[in-house]
Design a binder for this molecule. Structure first.
Ligand code: SAM
Length: 214
C-alpha cells in the first residue's frame, strides 16, 4: 500500500490539478486536511481514491475532486462567512475552514453531526460550528452568508437559502428532478431581487431531505 503522503500527492496532482483545479488556496486546503481521519477504518486504504465513500447512516463523503470543484466554484475570500448544508463526515467543512474565517454547517442526522463535531474538535478545527436541523431552511441567525454550499441534491433551489445569501454572494447547489442525478449550479446574488444562475456540471448526490427539499 502507498503511504498516506503519496496517496495525498496523487490526489492533488492527478485528480485535482490535472482536471483543472487551479485555486492555490483550495489545493493547499485539500493538501492540509487529513481525509483519512474522515473515513471509517475499513476504507482507510481508499481514503484518497477518486470516488465518494460510504459513511454512517447510508450517507457518503464526497469524491475529493467534487469537494475541490465545489469549493473553487464558491470563489472564496479569507474573510468570507460560509454556510454548508450537509455536514456528513465534516470533511468538506474542514476544507472550507482552512480557507475562510467562519464556517457554519448544518446536518439533519444528529448521529453524523455528533461524530463530526467530536472529530473536528479532536483535529483542532475551531472555526466550524455545527447545527443539527433542516438545512433547507438555512440558518437565519448568522445570515447573510458570502457563500453557501449544499452537498446533497435538491429538487429545486430552497428559497430560504436565496434569501440568506449576501449581495455579491455565491450559492453552489446540485439541483435536479431525479432523486440521484443533478446539475450543479452556481447562483450569484446581484442585488436585493436579482440573481444569476449558471450550470456547472452534472453530479450525483444523496438527496437533500427537508421542508424545501425532497
Ligand atoms: N459534506 C459531507 C462530507 O464532507 O462528508 C458530505 C455530505 S453527504 C454527500 C450529504 C449530507 O447531507 C448527508 O450527511 C445528509 O444527511 C445531509 N442532508 C440531507 N438533507 C439535509 C438537510 N435538509 N439538512 C442538512 N443536512 C442534510
Amino acid at each position: 500500500m502507498k503511504s498516506i503522503d503519496r496517496q495525498r500527492d496523487i490526489m492533488i496532482r492527478e485528480h485535482l490539478e490535472a482536471r483543472g483545479i487551479i485555486d492555490k488556496t483550495v489545493l493547499k486546503a485539500m493538501c492540509e486536511v487529513p481525509r483519512e481521519e474522515f473515513v471509517s477504518g475499513q476504507f482507510l486504504d481508499r481514503a484518497y481514491g477518486d470516488h465518494p465513500l460510504p459513511i454512517a447512516e447510508g450517507q457518503t463523503i464526497s469524491q475529493p475532486y467534487i469537494v475541490a470543484y465545489m469549493t473553487e466554484a464558491l470563489e472564496l475570500r479569507a474573510t468570507d462567512k460560509v454556510l454548508e448544508i450537509g455536514t456528513g463526515s465534516g470533511y468538506a467543512a474542514a476544507v472550507l475552514s482552512r480557507i475562510v474565517t467562519n464556517v457554519y454547517t448544518i446536518e439533519r442526522v444528529s448521529g453524523l453531526a455528533a461524530t463530526a463535531r467530536l472529530l473536528l474538535e479532536r483535529l483542532g478545527y475551531t472555526n466550524i460550528v455545527i447545527h443539527v436541523g433542516d438545512g433547507t431552511l438555512g440558518w437565519p441567525e448568522h445570515a447573510p452568508y458570502d457563500a453557501i454550499v449544499v452537498t446533497a441534491g435538491a429538487p429545486k433551489v430552497p428559497q430560504p437559502l436565496l434569501e440568506q445569501l449576501a449581495i455579491g454572494g455565491r450559492l453552489v447547489i446540485p439541483v435536479g428532478s431525479s432523486y440521484d442525478l443533478q446539475e450543479l449550479i452556481r447562483i450569484r446574488r446581484l442585488s436585493e431581487h436579482d440573481y444569476r444562475s449558471e450550470d456547472l456540471c452534472g453530479v450525483r448526490f444523496v438527496p437533500l431531505i427537508g421542508a424545501a427539499g425532497w
